[in-house]
Design a protein around this ligand. Structure first.
Ligand SMILES: NC(=O)c1ccc[n+]([C@@H]2O[C@H](COP(=O)([O-])OP(=O)(O)OC[C@H]3O[C@@H](n4cnc5c(N)ncnc54)[C@H](O)[C@@H]3O)[C@@H](O)[C@H]2O)c1
Length: 277
């Protein structure tokens, strides 16, 4: 599909393409949904939180974009399958899948984490990415084109303090991204991942059983870390969303299996570990 000298391309648009964004009622996913719509895409906002998801849809409609809400818990086989099937039914296909839904796991060391909480983090973050991809890929194969953008984390690149399940889930998403790129590159399907650093959203605030003290400790770590990274601040959801649009667009036509850190330089610094002291 791509050949020769393409000169100046200006292709950071996804006009007419259908994009599913999981976990897009809030935070980074909400910013992604809005950015995909602003770039010309038809957007499926999906989340377990119906009211918040419908608010994202309204915001997109108010800015002149196209979006619908489909409720789905990405960790559930039937709901993930329904999400993709319903998308295809409504828009005639699917071009882009942003596996963004994710939860934290509380601020605990491994021996303090219950098996149930560990499983839940893996189920939402990793199994959810697996399931939505599993049901979207046959549609991508039929078209010989498809783009998956996974939201991993800098915590998937390092051993961050008191986040065993979360680090494990995000590390697995990173290598799943590479693995899918290998298997499906020959079919015209590109799979990339973004590793956000400290982004100012609600993650952790709605996490499972985070006590006031744990939340205060997590906030203190985040604020300290933000101050220590080269750009000296937390990122904004829109700063992740812009990269997601780029990776999903034809502007990234030679990128697959790429793990893109968008973290204000956080993991490049030697100070990273000190943030947890
Ligand atoms: N905020 C950060 O600093 C940060 C850093 C690195 C990576 N991330 C990742 O970015 C993604 C988005 O996080 P955020 O900060 O915007 O969090 P957020 O809590 O603001 O939004 C996450 C959304 O996912 C939804 N969700 C949770 N479980 C779900 C499920 N089972 N099925 C469908 N939707 C579900 C939530 O309802 C919520 O709307 C996550 O994958 C997170 O791990 C966030």
């Amino acid at each position: 599909m791509v050949s020769g000298d393409m000169g100046v391309r200006g292709m950071t648009r996804i006009d007419g393409k259908t994009a599913v964004v999981t976990g897009s009622a809030n935070g980074i996913g909400r910013a992604m949904a809005r950015a995909f719509a602003a770039a010309g895409g038809n957007v499926v906002v999906s989340d377990v939180l119906v009211e918040d998801g419908e608010r994202t849809v309204r915001e997109i409609a108010e800015s002149g974009g196209t979006a619908v809400f489909i409720a789905a818990d990405v960790s559930d086989v039937a709901q993930a399958e329904h999400l993709i099937a319903n998308t295809v039914e409504r828009f005639g296909g699917i071009d882009i899948l942003a596996n963004n839904a994710g939860i934290g796991g509380g601020q605990l060391r491994l021996h303090e984490v219950s098996a149930e909480d560990f499983d839940r983090v893996i189920d939402v973050n990793l199994r959810g990415t697996f399931l939505c991809s599993k049901f979207a890929i046959p549609h991508f194969l039929a078209r010989g084109d498809g783009r998956i953008v996974n939201t991993a984390s800098t915590y998937g690149l390092i051993g961050a303090p008191k986040a065993p399940a979360y680090c494990a889930s995000k590390g697995a998403i990173i290598n799943l991204t590479r693995q899918l790129a290998v298997d499906y590159g020959p079919d015209g399907i590109r799979v990339n991942a973004i590793c956000p650093g400290y982004i100012d959203t609600g993650l952790g605030r709605r996490g499972p059983r985070l006590t006031t003290e744990e939340f205060a400790a997590a906030t203190a770590i985040r604020e300290k870390a933000a101050g220590m990274q080269p750009l000296g601040r937390q990122g904004l959801p829109a700063e992740i969303a812009d990269v997601a649009v780029f990776l999903a667009s034809d502007a990234a036509s030679f990128m697959t299996g790429s793990i893109v850190t968008v973290d204000g330089g956080c993991v490049t610094t030697f100070n990273y570990g000190e943030a947890s002291n």
